[in-house]
Ligand binder design. Structure first.
Ligand code: GLA
Length: 399
């Protein structure tokens, strides 16, 4: 049986409920209605993992979990921020030389403010209150959602919209400079550019986007959060990036996007075991992503599922960014299998914990979630968090 915690984790506040609560909390804290309200979603990547910083393809969708910010003008010299979920407050600078401050969550906002300031924009001072239904640190881009929500709030204040690609890149730069994470472009592009009912095929080399409709009501995206996080510093992520760059250099290509399987074989010795395996994952994953797009277009869902399992195996064995708990979730899903409504499953996001993404038959979503939760808990003693989602709309202004 699903216990109450698992059952309630399948649903979350709707966007409109969340916005109502955020507006009320803003009023209670600052005394006025907010002037501006914005929402930016997290994302789930269906396939195309650790390919973005190699100039490859990714296939994420926005999820219906959001960072919502309510804001109003203030007469102060600094901006006052309230993170209502954790009952914490911080002040950030909006003018002059802007540097990372002591409060980690506020730095994501500070970094985006700095990006606007660097473009020569004079920002008004403001009070802001934020909440998030994107699980924190679960590989669903909670930090990109916070950055993109901030950029959307500043656009609303300035009554000026940035070019969407410029906006996503500004947010990525904030993550690099103010959070110290050398991420690729997938997460911020997803939060800005994803559209309802579609996956977004992003070519990370040309930065061009194509929407791939998910218009099959009988297919549902099920996200399972392992509720473990093994890697806290981002060191492994930076190491993988460096290994890919070294491999590309040895192969004599600009990025691994330009490498072929044949090249990898003929340079096997020069690459050495580790770099060869890293590059093999990337080259294979880029091909799998394009194959998955074609399979979705043709409604060949079992093929999509097989590609997801192959992606997971490659991330586990060659790229080495999975962990026991993620492998277990994927194994359990695969064990539940086709006859019981599971189409495919894999880890999603950077890895070392966080979430898996599964495609399941809509009619079986509840029973699959129940049995995943039960078996995972039995083997680990950890309650996972599960929820279903449809591809959601990217960041937008609410008010
Ligand atoms: C993190 C990064 C992304 C991407 C994924 C792995 O989410 O922020 O840029 O590299 O890992 O696909």
């Amino acid at each position: 049986m699903l216990d109450d915690a698992t059952a309630s984790s399948l649903s979350s506040l709707s966007l409109s409920e969340l916005c109502e609560e955020v507006a009320d909390q803003f009023k209670a804290r600052f005394g006025d209605e907010p002037c501006w309200m914005v929402a930016a979603p997290g994302r789930v990547n269906l396939i195309g993992e650790h390919t973005d910083y190699n100039g490859g393809f990714v296939l994420p969708a926005a999820i219906d979990r959001y960072v919502v910010i309510a804001a109003g003008p203030s007469a102060d010299e600094t901006a006052r921020l309230v993170a209502a979920d954790i009952a914490d407050e911080a002040k950030i600078q909006v003018r002059g030389a802007i540097h990372p401050g002591p409060v980690m969550w506020a730095n994501y906002i500070q970094g985006v403010v700095a990006g606007f300031a660097a473009r020569g924009v004079r920002l008004p001072c403001f009070n802001a209150l934020l909440r998030s239904t994107v699980p924190l640190g679960g590989g669903l881009s909670s930090s990109a959602a916070l950055e993109v929500a901030t950029a959307t709030m500043l656009e609303a204040m300035l009554e000026e919209e940035l070019d969407p690609i410029e906006k996503a890149l500004l947010c990525q730069e904030a993550e690099h400079k103010f959070a110290g994470v050398p991420c690729g472009i997938m997460d911020q592009f997803s939060s800005v550019l994803c559209q309802q009912d579609s996956f977004m095929l992003l070519d990370c080399r040309s930065q061009s986007v194509e929407l791939i409709a998910l218009d099959a009501p009988d297919i549902t995206i099920l996200i399972a959060n392992s509720n473990v996080k093994h890697e806290l510093t981002g060191g492994e992520y930076a190491r993988r990036r460096a290994e890919c760059e070294t491999a590309a250099q040895i192969l004599g290509v600009a990025t691994l996007r330009d490498a072929t399987c044949e090249q990898l074989e003929s340079f096997r010795e020069q690459l050495g075991t580790t770099n060869h395996r890293r590059a093999k994952h990337v080259v294979g994953e880029i091909a799998r992503t394009l194959e998955a797009v074609q399979a979705i277009r043709d409604s060949r869902w079992q093929d999509v599922g097989e590609l997801m399992y192959a992606s997971h195996a490659s991330l586990r064995d060659d790229y080495e960014v999975s962990c026991a708990e993620l492998n277990l979730l994927v194994d359990i899903a695969q064990g539940i299998g086709k006859p019981n409504g599971v189409i495919g499953s894999r880890m999603t996001g950077g890895g070392f914990g966080g979430c898996t993404v599964s495609l399941v038959k809509t009619s079986a979503a509840e029973s699959v979630a129940e049995s995943l939760a039960e078996q995972y808990f039995q083997k680990t003693g950890i309650q996972p968090t599960l929820f279903t989602t449809r591809p959601a709309r990217g960041a937008h202004r609410i008010k």
